[in-house]
Ligand binder design. Structure first.
Ligand code: NAG
Ligand code: NAG
Ligand code: NAG
Ligand code: NAG
Ligand code: NAG
Ligand code: NAG
Ligand code: NAG
Ligand code: NAG
Ligand code: NAG
Ligand code: NAG
Ligand code: NAG
Length: 460
């Protein structure tokens, strides 16, 4: 088909026009707010904390770049009420010269209906990145191969939407899919971008729903453009979402097309194992607390000291995203984590287990299609023993999961691009075979560096 002709779209595609008023360098984003010393002190954030906070905010600003946050796009569509899961609500194309994405790629913002807590419908947003033309190997005149991408941790407040970043929050992630010609639909997850519901951070079941319905909506937005077959890949939080997706009975139906399987790199699948095995000195604790804030019916863990708890108000006041959140408690003993007593350990263990049973992945559920799991043995965020437990639990339940371990010092973030030769081949095999490749049961392989990069510094 001719990719330059778009007459059949149900939506009027509006093109965001760059103008002298449209793109200021830093204003125009809700997370570009400057804090005052008094505001920080009111949240128990003293001088050392303020220095870290400013550095973290600078990091967040760099994550999003100079693209303004389009509040009217992220606002809930008037026709969200009574819509069906997977319904397309809004679609608009951005002028990609204002972005930093692979040249020739076109970039769309999409709002659609997903399913949140207790089966309620929720609005979610995503971006769709289309290649200039389809992969030659899959025949240029063929439809575009569709892959859903699920991003890693970026924060939990609405301003932290990957689709609002100058590069779709690429950190050597989704763009790798554009070069071989995949069409990428990348959900923000509900609650990031749109504020109708709170983001359900690190929730494989609900984040997996958001991935699934992004595919249904993208098919409506670009009718006839994509292959019926589709696959998914995610990193970290998103790898947990892909694992959750692979256990979602929806993928066994044909409503989204034929799901070929997924790739999970550094998966946040089993919360209990990840948190009890991980290094406790980490900036993730405010994020972990937020997982439970959104699920008040579960047993709640006791995680943050009073000082660290006071500081969490800055996350919503200043719309902090991951760079700022991760350094917010760096100056505190044990990064603001409470001193563990046996009672607290038991309380937190109960909370993690309850979460894992209800919303986790790799807890013994059926996996409906093949799953390739990748983990660096040196990953300090998702430690390899947690992923080994997840693999073992899923395989013990009779599923077909291949685990590929990477040696050589790769960090949590580095393992995604470093393993791309393997997962690109795996995806191609799935598309070529119609999903039957690699349906060979459970196995583990180990990849070692051909030549170790001399510059690998593992910062987690
Ligand atoms: C919502 O409204 C847009 C037009 O603004 C329309 O294109 C879309 O199909 C509608 N979606 C639903 C589910 O009604
Ligand atoms: C896209 O942006 C470029 C550079 O600012 C500009 O020259 C071009 O006219 C814009 N295209 C549209 C359709 O607005
Ligand atoms: C924050 O401060 C910087 C300079 O330090 C300034 O450029 C920017 O406009 C300020 N942002 C807001 C929202 O006032
Ligand atoms: C949600 O976002 C809309 C605009 O998108 C804004 O008008 C509204 O104030 C926001 N609500 C909250 C509670 O922040
Ligand atoms: C949602 O489900 C949970 C767990 O089943 C339940 O405890 C809670 O009351 C439900 N919330 C609503 C608003 O229905
Ligand atoms: C590409 O697909 C078209 C239409 O299905 C077919 O006619 C053509 O032979 C294919 N070309 C190659 C090189 O496979
Ligand atoms: C999905 O489609 C395939 C054929 O493409 C068919 O064999 C299968 O039964 C369908 N599954 C469902 C649940 O409709
Ligand atoms: C937390 O904030 C409250 C109210 O601002 C304050 O009274 C309290 O002393 C703070 N706690 C700590 C440990 O800083
Ligand atoms: C990981 O598990 C292996 C085998 O059970 C064990 O020998 C090793 O000490 C564990 N490593 C860590 C860091 O817990
Ligand atoms: C693997 O799973 C089986 C069955 O659940 C369990 O008995 C075994 O202890 C697990 N092994 C490890 C290393 O976790
Ligand atoms: C299975 O996946 C691996 C990558 O993990 C790939 O190297 C291998 O070729 C695949 N096997 C088949 C039969 O497709």
């Amino acid at each position: 088909m001719q990719l330059t002709i778009w007459p059949n779209y149900l939506l009027v595609i509006t093109v965001l026009i760059s103008s002298s008023t449209g793109f200021q360098t830093s204003a125009g984003r809700p997370n570009d707010l400057n804090f005052t010393a008094a505001q920080a002190q009111a949240a128990s954030c003293d001088q050392a904390c303020q220095t870290n906070l400013q550095e973290g905010i600078d990091g967040d600003v760099a994550t999003f770049g100079s693209v303004p946050f389009d509040s009217s796009f992220y606002a809930t569509a008037p026709n969200f009420t009574n819509s069906q899961p997977g319904a397309l609500l809004k679609l608009q194309q951005l002028n990609e010269t204002t972005l930093d994405i692979p040249p020739g790629t076109s970039f769309f913002l999409m709002q659609y209906t997903s399913v949140g807590l207790n089966g309620s419908i929720v609005p979610a947003t995503a971006f769709v990145a289309l290649p200039f033309s389809a992969d030659i190997a899959s025949n240029q005149s063929s439809p575009i191969r569709l892959v859903a991408f699920a991003h890693g941790t970026i924060g939990y407040v609405p301003s932290c939407a990957p689709s609002s970043s100058y590069n779709g929050y690429d950190y050597f992630t989704w763009e790798i899919l554009s070069y071989p010609g995949y069409g990428v639909v990348a959900t923000d997850y509900a609650g990031l971008g749109n504020n109708y519901t709170t983001h359900k951070y690190g929730n494989p079941v609900l984040n997996g729903n958001d991935v699934y319905y992004s595919v249904v909506a993208a098919r409506e937005a670009f009718s006839g453009t994509f292959t019926n077959q589709w696959a998914a890949i995610g990193h970290s939080q998103g790898a947990g979402a892909v694992w959750g997706l692979s256990e979602n009975p929806l993928v066994a139906s044909n409503a989204s097309g034929k799901y070929l399987g997924g790739v999970a790199v550094g998966p946040s699948a089993r919360l209990y194992d990840i948190l009890t095995l991980a290094n406790p000195n980490s900036g993730y604790w405010p994020m972990v607390k937020n997982i439970f804030d959104g699920l008040p019916f579960l047993p709640q863990p006791n995680l943050l000291t009073p000082t660290a708890l006071n500081r969490t108000q800055l996350i919503s006041e200043l719309q902090l995203c991951f760079d700022a959140i991760s350094v917010l408690n760096e100056d505190l003993p044990a990064w603001g984590l409470v001193n563990s007593t046996p009672a607290i350990t038991a309380q937190n263990g109960n909370a993690y287990t309850a979460f894992q049973n209800m919303f986790g992945a790799a807890t013994g559920k059926k996996v409906y299609q093949n799953l390739l799991v990748v983990n660096s043995v040196d990953d300090q965020t998702i430690v390899v023993n947690a992923t080994l437990k997840a693999w073992n639990a899923s395989c013990s339940a009779g599923n077909s999961v291949h685990l590929s371990l990477y040696t050589g010092g790769l960090s949590h973030t580095q393992s995604f691009p470093a393993s791309s030769p393997e997962w690109l081949q795996w995806l191609d095999n799935q598309f070529t075979s119609g999903g039957t490749a690699n349906a060979t049961g459970c196995s583990i392989s180990t990849a070692t560096p051909f030549v170790s990069p001399i510059g690998i510094v593992n910062n987690g």
